[in-house]
Design a protein around this ligand. Structure first.
Ligand code: ADP
Ligand code: MG
Length: 620
């Protein structure tokens, strides 16, 4: 039995036992599906996207109130009199989704760029505001709410009780889980996962992080609104109570206890919390001999316990147990991959990157002072200098991470001042990071495929509906090709974090290559590599140079630099003190002085002998 079989078994079992469940049980199971829908949105937002929200209950409220108003208001009754009554709730759904879209997009545009504690605090703030708004709007019934909602009906078949509406809610949930699962397993899904690691890496791969964050936020809100619509027509009345901040916290609780990074964790969390709440509400008052919301206290304690024992939630633990019993899903044979469209590299010798008079000031500190530098196609240019010389600062200036205070940066003829790093990526700049930035729990293959983000076109909807499979196969094939080219083929399907640090640096190079760059910027690529691995890296870079790439390396390993580079630029205190061939640089008295004075290694290279057959990553 595989995991897919188990899912199918679960669905079939639910369908088989449904007619034999008591009315009470069908209601509870319907609630579980409604909560799961909201929690699944939170898994996308919080677990995958890294944005915590306490305010989802407010979006459930918009979905519920929109349809309640459309179905019962005297204002709409006149206008909709001509419409068959069975269609009115569907109009309520459309209104709810449109309203939620507008509210979530505006709220998201303002709040999701906030970092740290500010975003969760903001979600609490608007969660509370919307809750009180609903309680105070007289046309929505104030604290009393709205009663007399019609039941849903499909093709004349009434869905009046949870016994018949429940299966519909579960079908909606399963469909949503399928679509979300597809989304996560796509080019756009990789971009969403990259959001969690911060803006720097994702933007350098060409991902518009601000837009993706807002889109995930809106997606989670729409799922909540859908749940609210179904809820309203199951209950047949709405009032503000079920949309308070405490319920918003409970939704988050469900996602976190289940396992915020896993879609099925949402269902598990919603099930556990709902059943537990049901039991506790029964038992605690009897046990304590007094009435009150004692279950909230128990929940708080439970949350602390669960998070102590299972920091990732319960789902990963269950999934680990299940792998002992279950066989892995049989993957369909991969589609025949086509080569991705490729752009021609600029001819050897052409100017790729040009920094003219680049100055960067941090307050009074001048980190780069009037730095001029060029990178041409088909050369390796090394940037060296003692610690604090301004190398990393300069790296940021020429990759769009930061803007020069003065001076010009051009990439393949285009002025780049003021443009974000994803524009640099789009024009043909690939880069690695001094501190490795990989998604450690994702496979090497997925990490490298993220580098090819800009070479795909398919969007969210296409991914959700599985219409992206041909393109996805091409992207993954390209990623695998780059991994093999860098000598890491046997590690492609392992989690990136399981590789040695030196190998992870090489994964970053493969990821940059997947973007088909003309210029490659490498920040200390040899750090952490063993001797043989350094030799293999040198061979790879020589090969890339021969293919016509322009490579800029910041590197401390002088032996590596002097044997590989065609030109070397030396920075000291933010100024260029020398530029020339490795031989000339090694004889330059100012350079020797800077290194001796700076206490860094004296650049005395030994010739590197590259042994044939050395493969990167051969040692772990
Ligand atoms: P390198 O990479 O050559 O070791 P850096 O570019 O990191 O040097 O730093 C150059 C100088 O600029 C250092 O004195 C450093 O303290 C300063 N610096 C770098 N980034 C910032 C910043 N964001 N704010 C203030 N000072 C900075
Ligand atoms: Mg540095």
């Amino acid at each position: 039995m595989t995991r897919r079989h188990l899912t199918l078994l679960f669905v079939v079992a639910l369908a088989v036992v449904w007619p034999f469940l008591s009315d009470f049980s069908t209601t509870v199971f319907s609630y579980i599906a409604l909560y799961s829908l909201v929690a699944a949105g939170l898994v996308m937002l919080t677990g995958v996207g890294g944005m915590t929200s306490f305010g989802q209950a407010a979006f459930v409220a918009i979905g519920a109130y929109a349809t309640a108003w459309v179905c019962t208001s005297p204002t709409t009754a006149g206008a909709l009199a001509a419409l068959p009554p069975a269609l009115v709730p569907w109009l309520g759904l459309v209104l709810g989704l449109v309203l939620t879209f507008l509210v979530a997009w505006s709220l998201g545009a303002i709040t999701v760029k906030l970092s740290g504690h500010y975003l969760p605090l903001c979600t609490i703030a608007w969660g509370l505001s919307l809750y009180y708004l609903f309680g105070n709007l007289q046309f929505l019934g104030g604290q009393t709410g709205i009663t007399g909602l019609p039941a849903l009906s499909i093709f004349g078949f009434s869905l009046a009780s949870p016994r018949v509406l429940g299966p519909v809610i579960w079908a909606v949930l399963l469909l949503a889980l399928w679509a979300l699962h597809n989304l996560l397993d796509s080019r756009e899904g990789r971009a969403i996962r990259a959001l969690k690691s911060g803006q720097l890496m994702a933007e350098s791969m060409g991902v518009d992080t601000a837009r993706h964050r807002v889109k995930v936020f809106v997606l989670a809100a729409l799922l909540a609104a859908l749940s609210g619509w179904l809820y309203a027509h199951m209950q047949r009345f709405v009032n503000p109570t079920p949309f308070g901040l405490n319920i918003g916290i409970e939704y988050l609780f469900m996602a976190v206890v289940g396992g915020a990074g896993h879609l099925w964790g949402a269902v598990l969390g919603a099930t556990l919390i709902t059943l537990l709440k049901e039991q506790l509400q029964d038992w605690l008052p009897r046990l304590l001999g007094a009435s009150g919301n004692f279950e909230q206290i128990v929940f708080g304690l439970l949350m602390v316990l669960v998070l102590q024992r299972f920091a990732e939630g319960l789902w990963p633990t269950i999934a680990r147990w299940s792998t002992r019993v279950l066989k892995p899903d049989v993957e369909k044979a991969p589609r025949a991959a086509q080569a991705l469209p490729s752009r021609p590299l600029p001819p050897t010798g052409e100017l790729l990157l040009e920094a003219a008079g680049v100055t960067k000031r941090f307050g009074g500190l001048v980190a780069n002072s009037n730095v001029n530098m060029t990178l041409r196609a088909g050369e390796v240019h090394a940037l060296i200098g003692p610690n604090g010389a301004g190398k990393s600062t300069f790296f940021n200036m020429i990759s769009g991470v930061d803007d020069p205070t003065e001076g010009q940066v051009r990439l393949i003829g285009t002025p780049m001042n003021g443009r974000p790093s994803r524009d640099f990526a789009a024009l043909g700049l690939g880069r690695t990071f001094q501190h490795v930035r990989l998604l450690g729990d994702r496979s090497v293959l997925e990490n490298v495929a993220l580098g090819a983000h800009l070479r795909g076109r398919k969007g969210w909807l296409a991914s959700m509906l599985r219409l992206d499979r041909a393109e996805e196969a091409d992207l993954l094939a390209e990623a695998r090709r780059q991994i093999e080219r860098c000598g890491l083929g046997e590690y492609a399907d392992l989690p990136a974090a399981s590789l040695a640090l030196g190998q992870q640096r090489v994964v970053e190079i493969a990821r940059a290559l997947a973007g088909q760059p003309a210029a490659l910027l490498l920040d200390e690529p040899a750090a952490g590599l063993r001797h043989l691995e350094k030799q293999a890296l040198a061979r790879l870079l020589s090969q890339l140079r021969a293919e016509g790439l322009g490579i800029l390396v910041v590197e401390h390993d002088m032996e590596f630099v002097m044997n590989l580079a065609d030109r070397v630029t030396v920075l000291e205190f933010g100024c260029v003190i020398a530029e020339g061939t490795p031989e000339a640089i090694q004889r330059n008295p100012r350079v020797l002085d800077a290194y001796l004075g700076g206490g860094d290694e004296v650049p005395v290279p030994a010739p590197v002998h590259v042994a044939p057959g050395t493969v990167l990553g051969a040692t772990r």
